[in-house]
Write a protein of this length. Sequence first.
Length: 137
Amino acid sequence: MERTFIIIKPEGVRRGLIGEVLSRFERKGLRIARLTTGHIPEKVAREHYAHLKDKPFFDELVEYMTSGMVCMAIIEGPNAIQHVRSLIGATNPVEAAPGTIRGDFATELPYNIVHASDSPETAIAEIARFFGTEEDA
């Protein structure tokens, strides 16, 4: 059983897409193990996206991710990381295939509806950052 982490970003929440996004994971056979909504503090957003700190869009991304309510979830199931990444589609909505979450609902960066962990190591770190340690989650 593999676990991964997702964030439905502020525009996804504002547009009422929480149910649509989560249902796609459930229809795939994945399970929502934990779910919460809230605001991401600036310090946490900067830590979460620290790997992008040298990019010119970093401050805009942090501002956007702290601009409104988000929905965060731990998704689990066989090959959960790969399945979730496949369901959400390419990072850039212009490149995301129709039928994927980003392909169906997003139009431009950074407004691409959802963030998802990209590896087992990242999933562990992100789950700990937003839900506490893996044992707590």
